[in-house]
Design a protein around this ligand. Structure first.
Ligand SMILES: O=c1[nH]cc([C@@H]2O[C@H](COP(=O)(O)OP(=O)(O)OP(=O)(O)O)[C@@H](O)[C@H]2O)c(=O)[nH]1
Length: 584
C-alpha cells in the first residue's frame, strides 16, 4: 500500500483538510488518514482569464483555499496546522470552465453542454507544509480525467436536475451517484472526478516523506524523482507536481529559478521597452529579421530575446501566431489592462534601486541617492515627482496597476452603507472608476496633487462619469474632502512610521463614528505560507521609500491606535489585498 508508510510519517502532525466537500472527507477518512476539517472561507472568484489553462485555475484556487485556512487557524482557532490540504474540482468542455451550478437553470445549461460529449475534469490539489523543519515545502499538482456523457434527453436532464444532486457538484453532476447513469466512459482516475485524486496525492506524500531508498518504485507522471524535478525542463505538457524542495541531491530547481529570476525579469522588461509585443501583434507570423528591423535591434539579439520570451510563456513558438493570451492582455502598450507602464517603471526605477539592495539592507534606508543622485524626503512631494517623463512614467505605472487590481479591491467588501468615498492619493482615478462600477450608489472624490490632477485626461480621456470627481490638494498639508469612506491604495506603505501616524490621525479626525478607511496594500502573513511576492514587495519599499509593508496584526494595531476598529482583511488573490476598518 503506497500510503501505509506515509501514515506513520504523519503521526503526531496536525493535518487539516481545508474543504467542506463531504466526498473529500469520505475519501480521506476511508484510507485511515487522521485529520481535522476546517472549511476554507476563500471566495472562488479568481479571474479565470488570468490563467492560461483550466488546471492552473483549479490549482491556484486549491492553494488559496489552503492558504486561507493556514492563515486563519493561528488567529481564530489558536492552533497552527502542520499540513493543510486544499482542493478544487472543475469541469471543462469546449474551453469553458464549469464549477458548481448557481441554480437549476444553470445546471440545465451545464448538463446540456456536456450531453453526448467528452469533457475533462481537473482537480487541483495544494499541500501546505506549514512547519517543515528542513526548509519550506509547498506542493501543488493537478490530475485530469476524461469523462464522456451519453446523449441526454430533456426529460432525463430535468429528472436529474430535480433530484437536487447537481447543485453542489462541479459541472452539475455526481459521477458516484445518480450522475453515474449519464456516463458512457471514464478515462483516468475516477476519484479525481469525485473530487480528490487519491492515488496522485499518495504519490506526492511518498515523494515528500519517504526517501527514494524507502519507497516502492513508483513514477509520478512527468518525472522519476526529486532530482529529475530539479533538472527537468519546463515542458508545457508536464503533468507532474510543481513544488519547491530543498534536498541534498542535485541542485533544487527553486535555487535554479532564483538564480535565473533576474534574467527572466530583464527579458520581460527589455521586450516591453522594445515594444516587441506591439510589433508581433501588428503582424502575426513575423520573421525574426523583419521583427528586428521593426524594433530597431540586431537580428541575433532579437532572435535570442524572442526565444527567451517563448521559453517564459510570453510568446507562442514563432510562426504559430506570436503573442500569448497574457501578452495580448497585459504587455501590449494600449490594451485596457496593459501593465506596460508599470513594467517600464520596474525597469527604469525599481531595477536601479534593487542594484543597491545590499546597501539598503546594511543602512536600513532607501537608495534613491545612490541610484539617481538625489536625496529624497517623502517621495512624491519633491524633485522625484516633477512634470517630466519621470512623472508621466510613474503615473503610467500607477494607472496600469490600479486597472489590474482595482476590481479585486473594489469588490472585496460590501460597501452599500457608504455614499461618498475619497480616494486619497487616487492618482489617475482608475481605482475610483472600479469602485463606482462595483458600487453604483457610491460617488468617489479623487484627491491628489495638482500636477497629477492636471494630467488625468491622458489616462481616462473617454471615461467621464458624474460619480467620479477630482480635487487637487496635498493630503498631508490640506484639508481632506468630506467623505464617509476613505480609500488609501498603496499610500501607507510609502510613508515613514511618523508620516503614517500623521495621516491616520488626520483621517481619524475627519471621520465620524461609522465612517471607515479602506486600505489596499500587499499584506504580509505571519505564517509565511503565502506566496513570497509580499516579502519581495517589502524589500521594494526598503530600497524605494521610507515605508514598509505590514502584516494583518500590524495593521490592526496601527488602525486601533487611531480609533479604527472591526478590521477585516480580504486576500484578493491579486497584487493587492484589502483592509476595511471602522471609526469607533
Ligand atoms: O462527479 C462528481 N464531481 C464533483 C463532485 C463534487 O463537486 C464539488 C466541487 O466543488 P469544489 O471543488 O469547489 O469543492 P466544494 O464542494 O465547494 O468544497 P470546498 O470547501 O473544497 O470548496 C466537490 O465537493 C466534489 O466532491 C462530486 O461529488 N462528484
Amino acid at each position: 500500500m503506497v500510503l501505509i508508510p506515509v501514515i506513520s510519517k504523519l503521526n503526531g502532525k496536525r493535518v487539516v483538510l481545508a474543504s467542506a466537500s463531504p466526498r473529500r472527507l469520505e475519501i480521506l477518512t476511508n484510507i485511515g488518514l487522521q485529520f481535522e476539517v476546517v472549511p476554507s472561507w476563500f471566495k472562488e472568484t479568481l479571474d479565470k482569464t488570468l490563467f492560461k489553462a483550466p488546471y492552473e485555475y483549479a490549482v491556484e484556487t486549491a492553494k488559496q483555499k489552503a492558504l486561507e485556512v493556514a492563515q486563519r487557524m493561528p488567529l481564530k482557532h489558536l492552533k497552527t496546522p502542520d499540513i493543510v490540504i486544499g482542493a478544487d474540482t472543475v469541469v471543462t468542455v469546449d474551453g469553458v470552465i464549469l464549477e458548481k451550478p448557481i441554480d437549476k437553470q444553470d445546471a440545465y445549461q451545464m448538463l446540456s453542454r456536456l450531453s453526448g460529449k467528452e469533457h475533462s475534469v481537473f482537480t487541483g490539489v495544494a499541500i501546505l507544509l506549514c512547519n517543515e523543519r528542513e526548509g519550506e515545502l509547498t506542493v501543488d499538482f493537478y490530475e485530469e480525467t476524461k469523462v464522456k456523457f451519453a446523449e441526454l434527453s430533456e426529460e432525463m436532464l430535468w429528472e436529474y436536475i430535480n433530484s437536487g444532486e447537481p447543485m453542489d457538484k462541479a459541472g452539475g453532476y455526481g459521477i458516484q451517484a445518480l450522475g453515474g447513469m449519464l456516463v458512457e466512459y471514464v478515462h483516468g482516475d475516477f476519484l479525481n472526478v469525485v473530487g480528490f485524486p487519491l492515488n496522485h496525492f499518495c504519490k506526492q506524500l511518498s515523494a515528500i516523506y519517504i526517501k527514494p531508498s524507502e519507497s516502492p518504485t513508483h513514477k509520478i507522471k512527468g518525472e522519476d524523482s526529486a532530482v529529475s524535478a530539479a533538472s527537468r525542463t519546463s515542458e508545457q505538457d508536464m503533468v507532474g507536481p510543481s513544488y519547491t524542495k530543498s534536498n541534498n541531491e542535485g541542485l533544487p530547481h527553486n535555487i535554479v529559478d532564483l538564480l535565473d529570476g533576474f534574467k527572466a525579469s530583464k527579458t520581460l522588461f527589455t521586450a516591453c521597452r522594445l515594444k516587441v509585443f506591439d510589433v508581433l501583434r501588428a503582424s502575426e507570423g513575423l520573421r525574426v529579421k523583419v521583427a528586428a528591423e521593426r524594433i530597431g535591434a540586431s537580428v541575433t539579439g532579437t532572435e535570442r530575446l524572442l526565444d527567451a520570451a517563448v521559453s517564459l510563456g510570453l510568446l507562442h513558438k514563432l510562426g504559430q501566431g506570436e503573442n500569448t493570451e497574457h501578452a495580448s492582455q497585459f504587455l501590449v502598450t494600449d490594451s485596457p489592462l496593459s501593465l506596460h507602464g508599470y513594467i517600464l517603471h520596474c525597469n527604469n526605477v525599481v531595477w536601479p534601486l534593487f542594484t543597491h539592495l545590499e546597501s539598503a539592507v546594511r543602512e536600513g534606508t532607501n537608495q534613491q541617492e545612490r541610484a539617481f543622485g538625489k536625496k529624497t524626503g517623502y517621495l512624491f512631494q519633491d524633485g522625484y515627482f516633477k512634470k517630466d517623463e519621470v512623472e508621466m512614467q510613474f503615473l503610467n505605472a500607477m494607472h496600469s496597476t490600479a486597472k489590474v487590481t482595482g476590481r479585486a479591491v473594489a469588490t472585496a467588501f460590501d460597501l452599500s452603507g457608504f455614499k461618498t468615498a475619497c480616494d486619497v492619493g487616487g492618482c489617475t482615478g482608475a481605482m475610483a472608476y472600479e469602485f463606482i462600477i462595483a458600487h453604483p450608489g457610491l460617488s468617489v472624490i479623487v484627491f491628489d496633487l495638482p500636477t497629477v490632477i492636471e494630467m488625468r485626461s491622458h489616462f481616462l480621456p473617454g471615461e467621464q462619469n458624474d460619480s467620479v470627481s477630482f480635487v487637487a490638494g496635498d493630503f498631508f498639508k490640506d484639508d481632506l474632502p468630506k467623505a464617509d469612506l476613505y480609500i488609501l491604495a498603496r499610500i501607507l506603505h510609502d510613508c515613514s512610521d511618523e508620516k503614517v501616524d500623521e495621516l491616520l490621525s488626520k483621517l481619524s479626525k475627519a471621520c465620524t463614528t461609522g465612517c471607515a478607511v479602506l486600505l489596499a496594500e500587499t499584506v504580509l502573513d505571519e505564517a509565511k505560507t503565502r506566496a513570497s511576492r509580499a516579502y519581495m514587495q517589502s524589500l521594494n519599499m526598503l530600497v524605494q521609500t521610507e515605508g514598509r509593508e505590514r502584516s494583518s496584526a500590524q495593521y490592526k494595531q496601527l488602525l486601533e491606535s487611531h480609533g479604527f476598529s472591526r478590521m477585516r482583511v480580504c486576500h484578493t488573490g491579486n497584487f493587492l489585498d484589502a483592509i476595511l476598518a471602522y471609526k469607533q
